[in-house]
Design a protein. Structure first.
Length: 271
């Protein structure tokens, strides 16, 4: 468990050094203490308390319903399990778009109440003032461009973003602005690999890709997807490293059978 207020081993500066050395950055989401403890001990560099918690923890269709209080609950639980990784927390929908003062207040609540290391915000030029204000308060910000799930009702689809020249140029422009504003890294979600490579080569801050090809400085996946806890989401970019859905289903149905058959508990499993 980390000491309250301690600086964890992976810092934003270390991520920049990793980019300079050509060492890839490994990032995964976590939303609870037990998973974060395993993820951290396995050597992950960055843990994202993503608003994807709305989907995989709470069962919502989109990420829009999750609240700041819910994100703070998840982030606090994660931080208690982490010693080494940098912990980044998503600012949820509605907590930064209004104006930069609202954004700063939301980011301050996350930093004060969770002891995480940084926040992540979706968007480019349109939220730049909020990014600047949060950074000026000493809070590190990770950007997020490309597919931005909080804007799903604007786009109407989760398909690949920035395939057209105009959208690709806007994304490059936004990436430059986020770097100039002082973001320490930027997530690039579901964009063509060639565009992600171009952005990665142009920026001095690290890019972390999800469905953005192999040229980005790091990769991120939702932990429930890569462990195969979810089995109804299979985009091309997702590599499943385990079938926990299968493992858990079999274990639980064996338990049910044992209880029904009066085989559990046996004599050695009682007092
Ligand atoms: O919320 C999340 O899990 C994310 C990642 C997909 C980058 O933002």
């Amino acid at each position: 468990m980390s000491v309250a207020g301690a600086v964890r081993a992976v810092t934003t500066l270390r991520l920049t050094e990793m980019k300079q050395r050509g060492e890839k950055i490994a990032m995964l989401t976590s939303y609870d203490y037990s998973t974060a403890k395993i993820v951290d001990a396995a050597g992950i560099d960055v843990i994202l308390v993503g608003d994807s918690a709305a989907n995989v923890m709470a069962g919502y269709e989109t990420t829009l319903p999750i609240t700041l209080d819910m994100m703070i609950y998840h982030a606090r639980s994660v931080v208690r399990g982490v010693n080494r990784a940098l912990v980044v927390v998503d600012l949820p929908f509605g907590t930064y778009q209004g104006n930069s003062k609202v954004a700063l207040d939301s980011a301050i609540r996350i930093m004060k109440e969770t002891e995480a290391d940084a926040v992540k915000i979706e968007g480019g030029e349109e939220i730049l003032e909020s990014v600047q204000r949060i950074i000026s308060a000493g809070i590190p910000v990770m950007g997020h461009l490309g597919l931005t799930p909080q804007s799903i009702h604007k786009f109407g689809t989760y398909s690949v973003r920035a395939k057209e020249e105009a959208e690709a140029e806007k994304l490059i422009h936004d990436a430059r602005l986020l770097q100039e504003a002082g973001c320490f890294a930027v997530v690039l979600e579901k964009i063509p690999a060639t565009l992600a490579k171009r952005v990665t080569e142009e920026l001095s801050i690290p890019t972390i890709g999800i469905g953005a090809g192999g040229a980005t400085d790091g990769q991120v996946l939702v932990v429930h997807d890569m462990l195969g806890i979810t089995n109804d989401f299979s985009p091309r970019f997702l590599r499943r490293y385990a079938d926990l859905h299968g493992v858990m289903s079999e274990a639980i149905s064996n338990y049910v059978s044992d209880v029904k058959a009066k085989d559990f508990p046996n004599e050695k499993e009682q007092y």
